[in-house]
Design a protein around this ligand. Structure first.
Ligand SMILES: *Cc1c(COP(=O)(O)O)cnc(C)c1O
Length: 363
């Protein structure tokens, strides 16, 4: 593991540095914020692009003993990284042919249909299960009004966990929040011997009524997500930088990049860096996104290409040089702000960072 995001050994590659200590501190801060519940970790999609191989074990070392992934294969990988003890739930459920793999890796399927409950019940050897009720998001899960059929399908099987997911938790005043909470409380009453979980990161911020037995933050662990309650400090764990390949002067009236979509109104100094949409920096950042160099914001000029982005470096006190690294996500380029400039959210930005980016993990 290398320690520096500023690593000059990979000058021509965009690079990501993930601070494992920051992820661990974020985990502990969330756990302190919800002291009456257990704090699980959602590590699907390669820990939202932060790297399961390093982040999974770091979370386990920080005291996390319950994890959620989306797919069976993610659960199998996580199990090999964190050992036998932690509970690992698989959000997307299971198919009939997969019960043995779930058993072997000690994974718990989250059943989203009555059919999945039947698959688990008929599995040999026995499998544990969780149940996801849909309380109003209308995306995935057993409809909350199908409680009786669910209890019938379960028979004498007691789910380890009963959960639901909030549609509008990032909008604290939204009426659907209370509607979903009330429906979930009714469901919870029918499962006195199961653990209950309702809250992703944003729902955790709605208050203790939403915490139940187990909270399920994902984005918060990585330092993203909606505005946090006062007193809860989370830091961006990931830094994305790209090296300058070329610095040049542009005269007034000249255009930049494909489609000549930007024309210089006055003379300016531009720099082209090695980062592009093939690396997951979305093309929607054309003329909108930004990098930061020595604390100075440098707007993107023209289109984002597959491997290259051109930025305006005119505001820097000194002309930058080839090899200087420009930050696109990090302490200076806040990643929800960058995501907004790309017309998306932090989740999409980090989870799409591509395979050509050199990645390091450290403190
Ligand atoms: C992804 C996911 C989470 C975590 O959500 P964050 O907003 O990243 O905290 C929790 N629960 C479910 C069902 C999810 O799909």
């Amino acid at each position: 593991m290398k320690n520096s995001g500023e690593d000059r050994q990979t000058p021509l590659l965009p690079s990501v540095h993930v601070s494992l200590k920051t992820v661990q501190n974020n985990y502990r801060a969330l756990a302190e914020f919800a002291p009456t519940a257990e704090t699980a970790a959602v590590v699907k999609a390669d820990c939202y692009g932060h790297g399961m191989q390093n982040v999974g074990p770091a979370l386990a070392n920080a005291g996390c003993s319950t994890f959620f992934v989306a797919y069976l294969h993610e659960g199998v990988e996580l199990r090999s990284l964190v050992g036998a003890a932690p509970m690992i739930y698989v959000f997307n459920g299971l198919e009939a042919g997969e019960t043995e793999q779930f058993h072997e890796a000690g994974l718990i399927p989250v059943c989203n249909t009555l059919d999945e409950i039947r698959i688990v019940k008929s599995a040999t050897p026995d499998l544990s299960l969780a149940i996801h009720f849909d309380t109003g998001m209308n995306r995935l899960g057993i409809h909350f009004e199908d409680l009786d059929q669910t209890l019938e399908a379960l028979g004498d099987t007691n789910p380890k966990l009963v959960m639901s997911h909030m549609a509008c938790a990032d909008l604290p005043g939204h009426a659907l929040n209370e509607v979903q909470l009330k429906r979930f409380i009714c469901i919870a009453d029918a499962f006195p011997n199961s653990r209950k979980s309702l809250s992703s990161t944003a729902a955790v911020y709605l208050g203790a009524d939403y915490h139940f037995d187990l909270i399920r933050p994902g984005i918060g662990l990585y330092g993203g997500g909606p505005a946090r309650p006062p007193g809860l400090k989370l830091k961006t764990a990931l830094t994305l930088t790209a090296p300058i390949l070329s610095v040049f002067d542009v005269e007034a009236g000249e255009s930049i990049g494909y489609g000549a979509s930007f024309t210089a109104k006055t003379a300016l100094t531009a720099a082209t860096v090695s980062l592009g949409y093939a690396d997951g920096y979305l093309r929607s950042g054309s003329n909108y996104g930004f990098g930061v160099l020595d604390g100075v914001p440098c707007p993107i000029l023209g289109r984002v290409s597959m491997d290259l982005i051109t930025i305006d470096v005119s505001d820097l006190p000194e002309r930058p040089q080839k090899g200087d690294r420009v930050e696109f996500i990090g302490q200076q380029a806040g990643y929800e702000i960058q995501a907004e400039a790309l017309g998306t959210i932090g989740y999409e930005l980090t989870s799409r960072l591509g395979g050509r980016i050199s990645r390091t993990w450290g403190d």
